[in-house]
Design a binder for this molecule. Structure first.
Ligand SMILES: [Zn+2]
Length: 101
């Protein structure tokens, strides 16, 4: 069952201004007003599906790192690892790139 998120279309109460989620069937009509204050609300895409974050476990990140490393592009690999929170990997690649710590 999808989770829908609602936001007030204009001014709302403390409940709807923050935005609220509701579990609805696909066939249910969208909610048009806040259950607390009755102001108009609009449905927005749920934050659960709105973005995909590339994490350290992401295979594409690992592929990119291996790609850089296999081509000897150590500083590129190090930078990518660093940005992705892979500190050990970054240090390793920085050393290979000729940086001294
Ligand atoms: Zn409200």
């Amino acid at each position: 069952m999808p989770i829908y998120e609602y936001r007030p279309s204009e001014k709302g109460c403390s409940y709807c201004t923050r935005g609220f989620d509701t579990l609805q069937k696909m066939s249910d009509a969208p909610i048009t007003c806040c259950p607390r204050c009755g102001n108009g609300v609009r449905r927005v895409i749920s934050r659960f599906s709105a973005c995909t974050v590339e994490t350290a476990d992401s295979p594409s990140l690992e592929n990119k790192l291996q790609d850089y490393e296999s081509q000897g592009m150590w500083s590129h690999a190090a930078e990518l690892a660093d940005k992705s929170g892979l500190q050990d990997r970054a240090m390793d690649d920085y050393k290979k790139a000729g940086y001294n710590f």
